[in-house]
Design a binder for this molecule. Sequence first.
Ligand code: HEM
Length: 508
Amino acid sequence: MGLIDRHPALCAIGAVIIALVFRAVARWRRAIRRNGKPLRNPPNTLPLVGNGIQFLQDRWKLFAWFDRCQRLFGYETVALSVPTLPPGVLIHDPRNLEFVFKHEGIFTKGMFVKGRTWDLFGNGIINADGDFWKTQRKAGLSFLNTANLRVLTEVALPQYLRESIEDLQSKTGVVDLQHVFHGITTKLMGKMAYNMEMHADDEFSKSFDYASGGTAERFQNPLWPVTEIFLGAKLRRSIKTVKSFGRRIVASAVEDRRTQKVHDQNHDESKLDQISGSLIQSLLDAIPNEEMVADAALTYLSAGRDTTGQALTWTFYLLMRHPRVVDRIRQEVEKRFADEEISPAEEQFDPTIFTAASMPYAMAVFYEVLRLYPPIPFEIRQCMQDAALPDGTVLPKESILVWCLWAMQRSKLTWGGDADTFRPERFLDDGKLVSRSASEFPVFYGGSRTCLGKKMAEAIAVQVIPTMAWLFDFAPLDDKERVSGSSLTLPMLGGLPVTVRPRMSAKA
Ligand code: HEM
């Protein structure tokens, strides 16, 4: 239910306050121009409240509205106005986005984003700038190095995937696939990054999901500082739980050091144990303040596990609706078996034979899912100085720039007439995977702050998708269209309940 449905009285008070401050904001708004003229307004822009009502709707209705804007205006930049907030624009043109990626110093998260996410992420990498950002990025780069990624694909992922498969093979009745995939990515990040056993249904994970939803709603509700005074108790409690878990991660890493469980290559231990906790140890080496290490750790955890687990959930949602695509994945698996001279009937199933290079179709499926269901569905930046976009839009300092990946990645101008169709083949040319520029396909962001975990996400997807599609038939409980719950990422509201039928007796 949307905020209006849940709290009509509060929304009415909000509308009055919005109207009162509109006069002041309107003067500011006039400053955004293209070729000396004000920008066009999107549909449903109202006098006084501008687009404020759209932003109060449930997020999938907001995405649909962004999508409508994209269909109506093509690549044209349009005005966004939410009274009480700085003036804004909605951009669609990849040229503008390329400019934003190239000028990271001008278009930053600013106080607009940081003010809303600070409680949860503090100075974690997605909020940090300057040297503190560089330090965290360096720690992340060392964690995601080639050797560690090899341990991920050869040891950790097969182990956690195997556990999930065994679990699915023993299940009768309904299974929530979102929970299954979230479980895999939670265990992976927990062990590799922090040397901790983590589970998708522990108290921290539940609190984090709630806190992420509450934080995301702050971007839709301009009166959040007021409404949270009355309605924010659960959010405050959740953030407190999340923060205390961040401190536990740090305490556990410090204890690992004290008891010398920090791994050196000479120990007689598994490859996975050797690299476990490498992210938190690099962060501890580089950052003198443990509170800040905790922020950095929590931000990496969210960036790494939620995005990938959710992308896999949307993948199987779409696969259940497109059996033709499942058949093609299975054909690719059979070809892979033939190349490796493995009999498909063999008892033991080894997911490590699936790599990005050997499974272009499975990779294309993953990319096509990321196009239609981007795990970070919209982005907001704030101008640190006056700026002009390549299309001539002049933005005064502090104005807001929004792009909605959900809408942009459905643009017929960029993706052709069948942009709304799930067609993995669009990412293939002569059987080889084709890449698209970050400005056309910004799913992993672009420029100097491009996602650090792209390779990790791909490595996970290319093992999980063919393995699960080969071993199981999944069926949805109904044909209803699934939508996203409130979050900073794109969880499926209510999870993905399915029935599972093992296709063969192959063991994981
Ligand atoms: C399908 C999976 C993923 C998608 C779609 C994705 C997408 C993104 C996007 C859009 C951003 C920019 C966010 C922003 O600042 O507004 C980002 C940043 C980041 N991602 Fe990912 N991500 C994925 C998986 C991962 C994984 C597995 C990791 C591993 C830890 C990771 C680590 C990061 C980090 C550290 C940043 C911050 C980069 C910086 O600010 O310098 N991501 N990601």
